[in-house]
Design a protein around this ligand. Structure first.
Ligand SMILES: [Zn+2]
Length: 323
């Protein structure tokens, strides 16, 4: 856990338990997690004036006087405390008239339902930490609870290929998390953009799968790459699928390394080509995309693989057999 998060939690805990009256609390960056604060209140009301039906939001988001106005009108003492109606074994109500049928009775049943969710005791009002079995606050428990809700699940493990540059590894990491600023993503993130259509073909929404797998340019590139690698082609449906295939295919370890570098280069060059199209740059033309992939993958592999010397000619002809 980040030190700043731990400090924030500790500050929050101490404030919450000792001096703070404000009820709504959230941590910066975690405010989107509803109900993250698992504090529950054990109410007695004998010392602190938690009034059953008035303005205090002690059992519901709304004051009970607003949620149940009929019952509030029938309460004999509008300023009574919880302890005035709870004797340790049950509720002792003092309505100004009996609640027989009708809306007031239905409200009463709803009120009892709410009160069932609150632990009332004859001890002083206090707070307990709901995540822990012994009611003690634990940063470890809190971290696990937050991580379960914040961290993505079901994704491939984070990849880090030492044979490609760091910026490419970060690019692949963002790609596999679908965090690249495609036009669809920018729109979802709330950016004002002229169009969400594919920057390359302009035919469909520019999302991750289309750009790297379904767009006409992308499918053509994958076909060429499979032919260059001299392996059977398959329709790439998702970049994750390619990396999964690399791990499972029956190739030698060094051949897998070549494959991974080539795939990283292909995705990187496709993204650069898309950016060049957007910025109307003529740095990369469509016709040289495959050449760029071959060149970039060779330079990365050649410069970063310390144990072998790879021939450019061999790389162009049979990249999987250069080692
Ligand atoms: Zn397209």
């Amino acid at each position: 856990m980040l030190v700043t998060v731990a400090k924030s939690l500790e500050t929050l805990r101490s404030n919450f338990f000792w001096v703070v009256r404000k009820r709504t609390r959230s941590l910066r960056g975690l405010s989107g997690i509803k109900s993250w604060l698992r504090v529950k209140r054990v109410v007695s009301g004998s010392e602190v004036c938690y009034i059953v039906l008035t303005t205090d939001c002690w059992v519901d988001a709304k004051p009970l006087s607003i949620r149940f106005p009929r019952l509030y009108a029938l309460e004999g003492d509008g300023r009574c405390r919880v302890a005035d109606r709870w004797d340790g074994s049950g509720w002792r109500w003092q309505w100004q008239r009996s609640l027989e049928g009708g809306r007031s009775f239905a409200d009463f049943q709803a009120l009892l339902g709410l009160l069932d969710e609150v632990g009332c005791t004859l001890s002083s009002d206090t707070w307990v930490w709901g995540l822990s079995s012994d009611d003690g606050f634990s940063i470890a428990e809190t971290r696990r609870w937050i991580d379960d809700r914040v961290l993505p699940v079901g994704l491939l493990k984070t990849r880090w290929c030492v044979l490609v540059p760091r910026k490419v590894n970060i690019f692949i990491w963002r790609l596999l998390l679908d965090r690249l600023p495609t036009r669809e993503r920018l729109s979802v993130w709330g950016f004002e953009i002229e169009s969400i259509m594919c920057s390359v073909c302009g035919l469909v929404t520019e999302h991750l799968l289309h750009l790297f797998c379904q767009c006409e340019v992308a499918t053509s590139i994958w076909d060429h790459i499979f032919r260059w690698l001299q392996i059977p082609s398959f329709g790439v449906l998702h970049p994750k699928e390619v990396f999964g295939w690399i791990e499972e295919c029956r190739l030698r370890s060094n051949q897998r390394k070549v494959l991974e570098v080539v795939v990283c280069a292909a995705l990187w060059i496709m993204w650069r080509y898309r950016n060049d199209v957007i910025h109307e740059s003529r740095k990369m033309r469509k016709g040289i995309i495959l050449d760029c992939i071959k060149e970039f993958s060779f330079v990365w592999f050649h410069n970063r693989h310390n144990k072998v010397v790879v021939s450019w000619t061999d790389w162009l002809q049979q990249p999987l057999n250069v080692l």
